[in-house]
Write a protein that binds this ligand. Structure first.
Ligand code: G
Ligand code: G
Ligand code: NA
Ligand code: MN
Length: 254
């Protein structure tokens, strides 16, 4: 069976699941969010990472229904945790390029928020610079529609693409996610330290939130804290984990 047909079957048979990686406020140490990361539990192969199937899903058009499932499941789960009395934390969902090209994405997000009852301030969408810059004029319109729903927007892998800083100001963007390639070289590369510092300073001067991804060591964390980076995500705090590990973490408050 080729991958496309196996993916189609996996969608039908409910073989996808979400892992979550906590995002922590550096000043308070509290979990303030989590990134939803899709996995495929293939009965023959086991857990398959998204890099192995997202590209095929995009080419085949299956990314539409898959992304819709991810969005709905992330919102549903987050609302269920809040209803269970856990401290609220936002959930971030990665948008695929294909999905962002669909003019009616804001309508879909709105209907999923209504259906699940999740308050919009607890949903964040992650987009990459290249997705936005591919058609910046169109992206401004779509991001404004999404932002008007009350959700937040993060730019993923920030620093690796070609952002026009001018557009960055015009876009209703809430958060920059410093790409993990820069963060991982803190302590090893002067250039990457300079870039990380510059992104944090840029975020402060544009009054954006900034989160570092891929934080693996306490010295990376110290570097980020000294520069007033707001949040961090990475193996130093926690790896992506199954949904049933999250309530305990939220409860502990960390
Ligand atoms: O979890 P992992 O490191 O394997 O994720 C690899 C990549 O897959 C990341 O770049 C992430 O953005 C992407 N990814 C994870 N979940 C989703 C999803 O639900 N939708 C899309 N479009 N990409 C995802
Ligand atoms: O492209 P995106 O930023 O969405 O990728 C998220 C992916 O990054 C997750 O799949 C996760 O497995 C991976 N990741 C998260 N934290 C770390 C980390 O500290 N180190 C490494 N090497 N990978 C990480
Ligand atoms: Na991401
Ligand atoms: Mn990223």
């Amino acid at each position: 069976l080729n991958l496309e047909r196996r993916l189609r079957r996996a969608l039908r048979d409910n073989e996808f699941l979400l892992h979550y990686q906590p995002q922590v406020d550096i000043a308070t140490g509290k979990i303030v969010g989590m990134e939803a990361l899709v996995r495929w539990l293939d009965p023959e192969v086991g857990l398959v990472p998204p890099s192995a199937f997202i590209p095929v899903a995009e080419e085949s058009g299956l990314i539409g229904p898959l992304s819709e499932w991810v969005l709905r499941e992330a919102c549903r789960q987050n609302k269920a945790w809040q209803d269970a009395g856990l401290p609220p934390a936002r959930v971030s969902v990665n948008l695929s390029a294909r999905q962002f090209q669909q003019r009616d994405i804001a309508k879909l997000v709105m209907s999923i928020l209504e259906e699940t009852g999740l308050a919009p301030q607890y949903l964040e969408l992650e987009l990459t610079e290249s997705m936005i810059m591919r058609n910046a004029e169109e992206a401004v319109v779509m991001l404004n529609e999404l932002h008007a729903l009350g959700i937040s927007i993060a730019i993923d892998d920030f620093g690796t693409g070609y952002s026009s800083l001018g557009y960055l100001k015009r876009f209703p963007v809430d958060r920059l996610k410093i790409d993990r390639s820069f963060v991982s070289d803190i302590g090893a590369s002067d250039d990457d330290e300079t870039i990380t510092s510059a992104i944090i300073a840029l975020a402060h001067s544009l009054e954006l939130q900034v989160i570092a991804e891929g934080v693996e060591t306490s010295s990376q964390l110290d570097f980020l804290r000294e520069r007033s980076c707001h949040e961090m995500q990475g193996f130093f705090f926690a790896k992506p984990m199954p949904h049933d590990a999250i309530p305990g973490l939220l409860q502990q408050g960390m």
